[in-house]
Design a protein around this ligand. Structure first.
Ligand code: FAD
Length: 389
């Protein structure tokens, strides 16, 4: 177990967070403006001040920066509560892309990069985005197909390429761009406004409550200094793996909270609505959906907790985080789908948030590695190393 504070103190923190989410964050969710990033950002910004007044801050942030300095294990409970609302992670500065970018820069940034890029991210005064995915024939599920290039020139690098689905890019102050040098894929910090770095458009998606869009970007002769290189040249895919492992875990934690909320709504409906002479909650096929949701979320929580403990212990989580990501991303979607089914037509409407929760959860089976790609990697490792199941 990895705990940064006594259990009673931690339980009080989680109770305070739950009350804050229920009493202050959820009432601010307006499903009609779920696709208006401006409104979502303004709302989350106002809520952040209210969170700080209640002693609630970024779970992994350092206390000196207003964060809570929680362990990964403690984050499981914190993120589950924060994740019950669409607005919770953005309010509590634990939403992607900022949170995984912070985690990666903490391990990879030089002292100068820490001062210029990491410190404002930690203070919440700047935003980042992470630009790796490219349209065909560039890198998607297969990062080895990376086509964006970084050419060494006198005093720096010149970047050329095409990226898309870059979350948060519309509002980012800088991007971490993955580009190929002679040594292989590498990371570069590119400031917004650098000549040759152009955000073409926001790619419209089914994802609600998103701040900063999922943008398409072109880099044309984009010149950055030698100090823009992050970590080791040629190690960009290893760096990306490191960034994604923590990111996946945070998604698992917060989406367990969102799926759990969908089922809470469905259970309330089932206990009040009648059909064929009985409450829905008295029909065994409805009961089976409720029971399966509880079983799936119980398993999802335990897998996530196990990976979090391994991360706290400094173990490699590559294999376990893949297994957890596949299971949790598919389980939370099944739970939300059952919640829609139990709620009937109401579940399809936007009078309750269950259909929006379903939409929010769908993309998790694709980003941070599609289920099929993780399954292929898990099987390859198991077969190559003769791992026991
Ligand atoms: C909401 C959202 C946010 C995102 N944010 C970011 C971001 O901030 N930064 C960023 O760089 N990228 C981001 N992405 C992109 C994401 O990382 C990619 O979508 C993902 O890597 C898959 O790449 P692709 O979409 O090109 O799918 P493709 O590579 O075209 O694959 C399509 C499908 O083919 C199947 N498939 C692919 N390879 C295999 C295989 N080896 N075996 C079996 N089946 C396979 C899978 O079912 C997969 O879903 C985001 C995507 C979404 C949807």
């Amino acid at each position: 177990m990895s705990l940064t504070r006594p259990p009673a103190e931690f339980a009080a923190l989680i109770a305070e967070l739950r009350a804050f989410v229920d009493d202050e964050i959820i009432p601010c969710e307006d499903l009609r403006t779920a696709h208006d990033g401006e409104v979502v950002q303004r709302t989350a910004g106002a809520l952040r001040l209210r969170a700080a007044a209640r002693g609630l801050g970024a779970p992994r942030g350092a206390p000196a920066d207003g964060g809570l300095g929680l362990s990964w294990e403690e984050c499981c409970a914190f993120l589950e509560q924060a994740g019950r609302s669409f607005l919770g992670p953005a309010t509590l500065q634990c939403a992607p892309p900022g949170q995984p970018d912070i985690a990666a820069l903490e391990r990879l940034a030089s002292p100068a990069q820490r001062a210029r890029y990491l410190a404002p991210l930690l203070r919440g005064t700047q935003r980042s985005c992470f630009a790796m995915t490219e349209p065909a024939p560039g890198a998607g599920s297969d990062p080895r197909m990376l086509r964006t290039t970084a050419r060494r020139v006198d005093g720096g690098w010149v970047l050329d390429g095409h990226k898309w689905f870059i979350s948060g890019a519309l509002r980012a102050d800088f991007a971490i761009v993955v580009a190929r040098t002679e040594a292989g894929p590498s990371w570069f910090l590119v400031d917004k406004g650098t000549p040759g770095f152009e955000v073409l458009r926001d790619v419209p998606t089914m994802e609600p409550f998103d701040i900063g869009g999922h943008a398409e970007i072109v880099l044309r002769g984009c010149r950055v200094g030698a100090e823009a290189l992050v970590g080791e040249e040629g190690q960009g895919l290893e760096h990306a793996q490191l960034r994604l492992e923590g990111a996946r875990l945070f998604h698992c934690m917060r989406f367990i909270g969102l799926a759990s909320r969908a089922m809470e709504i469905a259970q309330r409906y089932a206990t009040t609505r009648e059909s064929h002479g009985a409450r829905l909650s008295e029909h065994q096929m409805v009961q089976a959906m409720v029971a399966d949701a509880h079983i799936e979320l119980y398993a999802a929580r335990l897998m996530t907790l196990d990976v979090a403990r391994r991360l706290d212990a400094g173990e490699s989580i590559r294999h376990h985080s893949s297994m957890a990501k596949v299971f949790v991303s598919e389980a939370v979607y099944r739970v939300a789908d059952s919640a829609v089914q139990i709620c009937g037509a109401l579940g399809i409407s936007e009078d309750v948030p269950v259909s929006m929760i379903l939409r929010m959860l769908r993309a998790f089976r694709i980003y941070d590695g599609a289920s099929e790609v993780h399954r292929a990697a898990i099987a390859k490792r198991a077969l190559r190393h003769g791992l026991a199941a």
